[in-house]
Design a protein around this ligand. Structure first.
Ligand SMILES: [Zn+2]
Length: 384
């Protein structure tokens, strides 16, 4: 077992499903760093149950390269796993199985395994570690750490988010924008529709409108813009409402998940939707019951990553990987959040997104080796 694989086995052994605490893992990393003489800053969340970790290796100053990733993993519940998901398993087929192997504990595992090499000789530019919590539930942890960067923490000039890209350089990704719409109707016997406002039926008209809006975007999309699909998607994945078939429902609500092209403004989409129902639906509802209504609240926002081919992160990572192709992805990462805070960021890490969030998640051993080789070149470049 190489040091990186051994470290991956240790990290996979911590069940850091987003609904649970990641503190055991964070303390393991900070102890490991402390043993090597590196102080880590632990940034706990509001109730102290989870934490981000930031550490600087080499000169304590601004600039340098930040190796970043999330420590949480998605749940295994209900998935048909053939092995213990929290025990790294080598079946002899060139793959290492376990939850988080590809998304995304292999990248921090490689970084930690190479810590002795980072410390072997002095670095001219610092290497930073930035490990977050709650990425899998809407990139909620990293913003608290990013807020401290440039304040109590040094500001890197290059940020590499090691999400699984098979070590290709991903320059752009879509943003994420969630909003919740709640419809308040008026109950009545289902045979007396003229006296009631059905929250469920209003909600279904609202969802149909969102479907129209996404179809309009699909029809107007530039098929060659690099994204799959090449337009901003507007999707309702959850809807609740009503209490019985024969009661006109008082309550319905749904959550809309917008995945926007980095140059689209999801706030405009939400506003277009609100303007539409305010003009088209609310007057009918109010004619029956003025206290009925519709409310829309933004729930979670994750910035997209805009392509910046001239950025220091692009140049740095492309020189190391030799990858000069253009890669965009449709899933969100923390890269957009770092970029929004004024840091050049790209996504580049081991493993394939096709194995992420799956039962029997795995990473090819060759990907771990490729990531180690990549990080050795990062270290070399930080020496010069
Ligand atoms: Zn991930």
């Amino acid at each position: 077992m190489t040091d990186a694989v051994e470290m991956l086995a240790t990290l996979v052994g911590f069940d850091t499903t987003s609904s649970k605490s990641n503190l055991d893992l964070i303390h393991f990393i900070s102890d490991r760093l402390a043993a090597a003489g590196v102080d880590a800053t632990i940034l706990p969340n509001a109730d102290g149950t989870k934490a981000n970790l930031f550490a600087t290796i080499g000169p304590k100053r601004q600039g340098g390269v930040c190796l970043s990733g999330h420590t949480d993993v998605v749940p295994v519940a209900g998935q048909p796993w053939e092995t213990d998901p929290f025990l790294l398993t080598d079946k002899g087929d060139g793959r290492l199985y376990g939850r988080g192997t590809c998304d995304m504990k292999a990248f921090p595992a490689c970084a930690l395994a190479l810590l002795p090499e980072m410390l072997e000789k002095p670095l001219a530019r610092p290497i930073h570690f930035a490990f977050s919590y709650d990425e899998e539930v809407g990139c909620r942890g990293a913003p608290e750490m990013i807020a401290e960067i440039g304040e109590s923490l040094p500001k890197p000039s290059v940020v590499i988010i090691g999400e699984p890209t098979e070590m290709k350089v991903v320059s752009a990704h879509k943003g994420m924008w969630f909003f919740r719409t709640t419809v308040t109707g008026k109950e009545a016997h289902s045979s007396q529709m003229q006296n009631g406002v059905s929250a469920v039926m209003v909600a279904s008209r609202l969802v149909a409108k969102l479907d129209e809006m996404v179809k309009a975007r699909a029809a107007a999309a530039d098929p060659d813009n690099g994204f799959t699909p090449p337009y901003t998607t507007i999707h309702v994945g959850q809807i609740n409402g009503g209490t019985a078939p024969n009661i006109i429902s008082r309550h319905a609500e749904f959550v809309c998940d917008v995945r926007n092209l980095p140059d689209d403004f999801p706030e405009d989409i939400q506003q277009e939707f609100v303007d539409w129902y305010t003009a088209e639906i609310l007057p009918e509802m109010h004619a029956i019951d003025p206290s009925s209504g519709i409310e829309t609240v933004t729930e979670n926002v994750v910035a997209g990553l805009r392509e910046d081919r001239e950025s220091e992160a692009e140049t740095f990572v492309r020189q190391i990987t030799g990858d000069n192709d253009t890669h965009y992805v449709s899933y969100g990462t923390e890269a957009g959040q770092f970029q929004q805070a004024g840091m050049a960021a790209v996504v580049c890490g081991p493993g394939s997104i096709l194995q992420a969030h799956q039962p029997n998640e795995f990473i090819e051993k060759s990907q771990v080796a490729e990531c180690e080789a990549f990080l050795r070149r990062v270290i070399e470049r930080c020496r010069a």
